[in-house]
Design a protein around this ligand. Structure first.
Ligand code: GDP
Ligand code: MN
Length: 352
């Protein structure tokens, strides 16, 4: 489950790491009066790239604040409308770094990943520094980071960050923790300017206190063969199993099992596609939806939106049947997709 920035920052703060003073408001709520300007207004949506899309605004007065809150409240980012905004005391930025912790499954380890030029252009950077972090090597990691960032005087501070991030990561059953930017202020402090965290849904039973704004997707996803060529998405475990079997019987190697449960929202479809995108050999995705109470046209809308956002998806082979299937099919056709009448013709099309 992906946390929003303010939720992730609360966990950082609990771990003893520096974040800016801020407050949360719900969209539509009355504005709090700010103790000082400038402040930064930040849309709380579970995706990155908000800065470039107008979701992060620096304001210098009460009047600018009112306007920014109004704009950002109404701004949907990558399909997400914010329910919450974070208003933070702005930082005087000297430099921005990139720092993250990720699970390295191949080595059964946690890696720390860093780059001296963080911020909004980090995707285009090369040469990321990667090293394992263990909870007993923070001193060495701190020295490496200090050298990488050109902050030789701050090796001790960076070691403290590495240690606390490691503790925060493991204690919270995290699979990804990304600070971008890690800000060096003009006063020489290090502050987490932004934070993304993904927690392991499977560990939720250990954390009765996990109460977050975006609930976990009720997907059940299993990789069956990481070299499989045909991926599947279906609703309901029975239909999902039958779809996997049908793919296998048609002579393909099924890559995964995925039951999207009773809902196909933009978020669940995007999540499904993102998971499948991790499978390197998939050339076709079979989407098999049976609408009972659930409406096929909602699935169609979610497929269209997710496909627009993720243009490099493998070819989709879609079969929708049941509640509002006709509307769904018409909708998909207007977006250049040609759904199939049944699963058999869907699978036949892959072959050809
Ligand atoms: P993202 O685009 O979704 O990753 O949102 P970020 O929270 O990373 O914000 C994007 C950019 O806004 C950062 O790289 C900073 O350059 C800028 N920014 C964020 N917070 C502050 C702040 O407190 N002060 C100033 N001056 N800039 C900020
Ligand atoms: Mn960021």
């Amino acid at each position: 489950m992906k946390l929003l920035e303010y939720e992730a920052k609360a966990l950082l703060q609990k771990a003893g790491l520096n974040v800016a003073d801020g407050r949360i408001i719900n969209v539509g709520d009355q504005l709090p009066s700010m103790p000082a300007f400038p402040v930064v207004v930040k849309s709380q949506v579970p995706v990155g790239g908000r800065g470039k899309l107008g979701g992060v605004t620096l304001v210098n007065s009460e009047k600018e604040l009112t306007a920014a809150v109004k704009n950002i409240s109404a701004l949907s980012i990558k399909g997400y409308a914010p329910k919450t905004l974070l208003i933070e005391q702005a930082l005087a930025i000297d430099r921005e770094f990139y720092l993250s912790l990720v699970i390295n499954r191949g080595n059964a380890a946690i890696d720390i990943v860093a780059h001296p030029d963080g911020g909004m252009e980090v995707e285009s950077q090369k040469g990321f520094f990667v090293t394992p972090i263990t909870g007993s090597n923070a001193d060495t990691v701190g020295e490496s980071l200090a050298e990488l960032f050109g902050l030789e005087g701050k090796a001790f501070l960076l070691a403290e960050w590495a240690q606390k991030l490691y503790e925060c990561f493991t204690k919270n059953d995290t699979t990804l923790l990304e600070i971008n930017p890690l800000i060096l202020t003009k006063q020489g402090e290090l502050v987490a300017g932004d934070c993304k965290m993904t927690l392991d849904d499977a560990a939720a039973f250990r954390h009765p206190d996990w109460q977050f704004e975006t609930p976990p997707a009720d997907n059940s996803y299993v990789v069956l063969n990481k070299n499989g060529t045909v991926a599947t998405i279906a609703n309901g475990a029975g239909l999902a199993m039958a779809t996997v079997d049908a793919v296998g019987n048609a002579g393909f190697t099924p890559a995964n099992f995925l039951d999207i449960g009773g809902s196909a929202t933009l978020a669940t479809m995007r999540d499904s596609f993102e998971k499948i995108s991790q499978l390197p050999n998939v050339t076709a995705i079979v989407i098999n939806i049976f609408g009972g109470i659930f409406r096929c046209d909602i699935a169609a809308e979610a497929i269209i939106a997710a496909k627009q956002e993720l243009p490099n998806l493998p070819e989709l082979y879609i079969r929708l049947s049941g509640n509002r299937a006709e509307q769904a099919i018409a909708l998909l056709k207007t977006h250049g997709m040609q759904p199939f009448a049944d699963l058999k013709s869907c699978l036949k099309a892959i072959k050809s």
